[in-house]
Write a protein that binds this ligand. Structure first.
Ligand code: C2E
Ligand code: CA
Ligand code: CA
Length: 603
């Protein structure tokens, strides 16, 4: 038989004799298992409530607590959501006004101390538990939409107000995403309300499951949903969320054997940026005014999305809107960029620190956009990744970089016979099941040594799906392909990861190199990274070397290869060829003269 859970009670009373009386009453004739914690005053009670390992089943509060009273404690419990437990007030004075006030503030029952008996106390606790349960159910009903179970307008606005207050307090950010189902009326009219309701329920589930657990989804009415996002650091994250919402509702829904295709229009507004940029804003707005304004902004943006052809999202603010437009345009243009031959690879040399010879070259992609000129990979690679075009673009890069290497190996057979070609590979490319075969086919076709092809992978790409990744890299390295970890120090790879992966090269991120001659801390970090890499039999490349001082110091710290503007910017293939033909054009690295100690900051 299951043992009944003990009843856990917090008894708050400043009078020890009264506490004894209550405990006696609870103990007497009660075969129930009861645990009683005691507190003498408000602060001790709060401490008990916040530190309790399991929630209390009931709170017994004396009305008189020294200079304070139990009513203040109830208010504190309610305003700070310290406990959901039912509350029974105990009092020595029979005062109806006090009783009513306590009940109004959230107590469930009131008992005169003179009437306390084992029976009356247990009954009060039981009744209080029932009433509390009922009031919680009623509150849930009052705050949630009956059809979808999502937050209703009242609760949603309440939570937006809280989010705004928090954003003000913590100098952070929140956003509202307003969602309207396209053509819902016609679905409702043709298939009937019941089908319409089913569709809304399914869409509600899909919307909810495409978001993080902490994002609040509400149904504001009819076919309108809304999402409250808090603490989003990047504007591009909102673009991704909106994109995901559009995609999640796109799968057809089958209701009563009918396949229904749906789409949504999405409007996004964020706080503080939107509400403060509108002219009618006064600095004295309440969070409630700001909340309704923010929802209105998101609603307006949703209308813009509807007007521009549905199945779309729009930002309320100008700059976010611009970002979204740019993203959408880049995505459209990227689709034709490969076919129109708009990509070009640039090449940046990697210099051997010991003899200043060109040991390798990194291929860096450029996009010659027909109207916008040259676009850097930082701008379009993320778009290519989110639109799935990265694999096709990546294949193009691998092919071109390998055939270029072949040309140079043929052209300069003696001096550059060991030149390696470093190719950037994004996380999504590694997930392709046939990546190894694809690369091997290219390497074979170009007739270049496997060992002279090096794939550069970022830390985040490596720890994404670690087991799969290890297998993939092992199959590549089994073929002789080299692997480098890129932007090292910006991600979260651990020693264990580094050890597990067949990595040959570690590239120290530019951010460490930037400050290396200025702060001793960075020098120490770089020194430690080099020592660690060498201990793991990896060679080290320093990225973003811009000055002679940096180059000299890195050489002295034992860095194997150097890459950066000091030696050469990324060059077109023909310019790089000139460098290969005339390696003396590469600046030399001399001896390092450390700055005097007062020039070197410790931070
Ligand atoms: P990355 O792999 O870290 O490449 C180094 C970036 O730093 C390059 O920017 C390069 O031009 C720049 N750089 C090199 N030396 C210096 C220096 O001394 N000072 C400064 N300020 N910058 C320096 P780029 O070419 O704009 O590429 C940016 C990023 O785009 C690359 O960072 C890489 O993550 C990505 N990328 C480039 N080409 C490809 C590609 O073919 N495929 C993929 N998936 N990503 C690529
Ligand atoms: Ca790289
Ligand atoms: Ca890098």
């Amino acid at each position: 038989m299951l043992q009944a859970k003990p009843l856990k009670i917090l008894l708050v009373d400043d009078d020890q004799v009264d506490r004894m009386a209550v405990k006696r009453a609870l103990g007497k004739k009660n075969n129930k298992n009861i645990l009683i914690d005691e507190a003498c005053g408000i602060s001790e009670a709060i401490q008990r409530l916040t530190q309790a390992s399991a929630p209390y089943d009931c709170l017994l509060l004396d009305y008189r607590l020294g200079g304070q009273n139990g009513l203040q404690l109830i208010q504190k419990i309610q305003s700070e959501s310290l406990s959901q437990a039912p509350i029974v007030m105990l009092s020595g004075i029979d005062d109806e006004t006090i009783m009513l006030n306590c009940l109004k503030e959230g107590a469930q029952d009131f008992l005169l101390k003179s009437e306390i008996s084992s029976h009356s106390l247990m009954r009060a606790i039981r009744y209080a538990q029932e009433r509390k349960q009922l009031s919680l159910q009623m509150r849930h009903l009052a705050q949630h939409d009956a059809l979808t179970g999502l937050a209703n307008r009242t609760l949603f606005i309440e939570r937006v107000k809280r989010a705004i207050a928090r954003a003000n307090r913590e100098d952070s950010f929140c956003a509202i995403i307003f969602i309207d189902v396209d053509n819902f009326k016609s679905i409702n009219d043709t298939l009937g309300h019941e089908a319409g309701d089913k569709l809304l329920t399914i869409l509600a589930q899909r919307i909810q499951s495409s978001l993080r657990g902490e994002d609040l989804v509400g149904r504001l009415g009819g076919d309108e949903f809304s999402v409250l996002i808090e603490g989003v650091p990047k504007q591009t994250t909102l673009v991704n969320i909106a994109q995901q919402l559009l995609e999640t509702v796109q799968d057809p829904v089958i209701i009563y054997n009918k396949t229904i295709h749906t789409s949504i229009s999405v409007g996004i507004a964020s706080y503080p940026s939107n509400t403060s940029s509108t002219p009618q804003t006064s600095t004295h707005q309440t969070s409630s005014e700001i909340a309704s304004k923010l929802i209105k902004c998101a609603d307006l943006a949703m209308y813009k999305a509807k007007q521009s052809g549905r199945n779309n999202y729009c930002f309320y603010s100008e700059d976010l809107q611009q970002l979204a437009n740019e993203y959408a345009n880049l995505k459209i243009d990227l689709h034709s960029a490969l076919a129109n031959n708009e990509f070009e690879l640039y090449y940046q040399p990697q210099i051997l620190a010991v003899n200043h010879q060109i040991a390798g070259v990194e291929a860096l992609i450029r996009w010659h956009h027909p109207s916008r000129g040259m676009i850097s990979p930082d701008k379009f690679i993320p778009v290519a990744e989110s639109s799935g075009l990265i694999n096709a673009i990546g294949d193009w890069v691998i092919e071109h970089a390998c055939s270029q290497l072949k040309r140079w190996l043929t052209q300069f057979p003696d001096s550059n016979s060991t030149l390696t070609m470093a190719i950037n590979v994004s996380a999504l490319q590694i997930r392709q099941p046939n990546l190894t075969e694809k690369i091997c086919t290219v390497v074979e076709k170009c007739q270049i040594p496997y060992g002279q092809v090096e794939l550069e992978l970022t830390e985040s790409a490596l720890i994404d799906d670690i087991d799969q990744c290890v297998l993939k890299l092992q199959s590549l390295s089994g073929q002789g392909i080299q692997m480098a970890i890129d932007d090292f120090g910006t991600g979260f790879s651990s020693f264990r990861h580094l050890q597990q992966m067949p990595l040959k090269t570690l590239k120290i991120d530019k951010t460490f190199i930037d400050q290396i001659c200025v702060t001793s801390k960075n020098q120490t970090i770089v020194k430690a990274i080099i020592a660690m890499a060498h201990a793991l039999q990896m060679s080290v490349v320093a990225e973003g070397v811009e000055t002679k001082e940096q180059a000299v110091l890195l050489k002295e710290l034992g860095c194997d290869k150097l890459q950066g503007f000091y030696f050469s910017r990324p060059l077109t293939a023909s310019a790089f060829e000139k460098l290969l033909a005339n390696p003396r054009a590469i600046p030399q690295v001399g001896i390092y003269t450390p700055p005097s100690t007062n020039q070197l900051s410790a931070h």
